[in-house]
Write a protein that binds this ligand. Structure first.
Ligand code: ATP
Ligand code: MG
Length: 269
């Protein structure tokens, strides 16, 4: 059986392209025949709606509270090979509930272990915070990728994220890898975009070669409840996310064996 990779898409800064990257990278991955699951770990539920899933059944809230298994809340999307575990506003309440538990950072990791073997890739869309949900996502993942918008002060925002990843490595999950930083909303006509992309490459060696362009098609796709791969398959945005998926898979293949399973067993025992 092939190995499952779990990757959190995180950055505590809002509106940098986390959901756009999660949804489109997932669709591009599924297009290559990899069975892919998006876990929506954000109460805003943007990934859920962008993939046209309705959370009228159980959602991640029920899973985190132990009222449903992850398999019970997973729904298929219109794109073959791509499923989503939907979120809802209730997730805010789940986060408060988790805060009272001793194993509070490991609830999602525990919920994943039974289900994820059906997939080649699980992408977790985090909300704009470094709170308990994001910690759960990082503790459940083999690796994290961080979208960064090509704008003023982009690098400063990254410092807190890199520090959080280091803290998770020290305290929760030594095997967590920062797989890379993705430059998003790049506008080649502006000098600022060019400068930020160059600075990212200079300061963060793991920055992906692929740069996601600012594209109206990318911003339109969610309102059609389709990924860019389905909505505008020949667009520059679709090409960028296909290219990023290629880079992602190359890097995942080079990762050391997962420590996620073993550590999870230790925690739940
Ligand atoms: P949040 O922190 O609120 O979860 P986010 O980091 O998930 O936000 P997105 O929702 O992906 O960010 O993107 C923010 C906005 O920018 C959305 O309206 C999205 O459609 C738009 N957007 C994202 N990437 C691009 C792009 N490459 N080109 C044009 N618009 C984009
Ligand atoms: Mg989002």
């Amino acid at each position: 059986m092939s190995r499952v990779h779990v990757v959190a898409v995180a950055n505590q800064k809002g509106g940098v392209g986390k959901t756009t990257t999660t949804v489109n990278l997932a669709a591009a991955s599924a297009e290559t025949g990899r069975r892919t699951l998006v876990i929506d770990a954000d109460a805003q539920a943007n990934a859920t709606s962008a993939l046209g899933a309705r959370a009228d059944g159980p959602s991640l809230y029920d899973v985190l509270l132990g009222q449903a298994a992850l398999t019970d809340c997973v729904v298929a999307t219109s794109w073959p090979g791509l499923d989503v575990a939907p979120s809802s506003m209730d997730l805010v309440a789940a986060e408060m509930d988790l805060a009272r538990r001793d194993d509070r950072e490991f609830i999602l990791r525990g919920a994943l272990s039974d289900t994820v073997s059906a997939y080649d890739l699980v992408l977790i869309d985090c909300g704009p915070s470094l709170g308990l949900m994001t910690l759960n996502a990082l503790a459940a993942s083999d690796a994290a990728i961080a979208p960064v918008q090509c704008e003023y002060l982009a690098l400063e925002g990254l410092t807190a994220l890199l520090e959080t990843i280091r803290r998770v490595q020290t305290n929760l999950h030594p095997g967590l890898q920062l797989l890379g930083v993705v430059a998003t909303m790049y506008d080649g006509r502006t000098r600022l975009s060019q400068e930020v992309a160059a600075q990212l490459r200079e300061h963060i060696p793991s920055t992906f070669q692929t740069i996601v362009p600012r594209s109206i098609r990318l911003s339109e796709a969610p309102s059609h409840q389709r990924s860019i791969i389905e909505y505008a398959p020949a667009s520059r945005g679709a090409e960028a996310y296909r290219e990023l998926a290629g880079e992602l898979w190359d890097r995942l293949a080079a990762l050391p064996p997962s420590t996620r399973g073993g550590a999870a067993a230790g925690v739940s025992a």
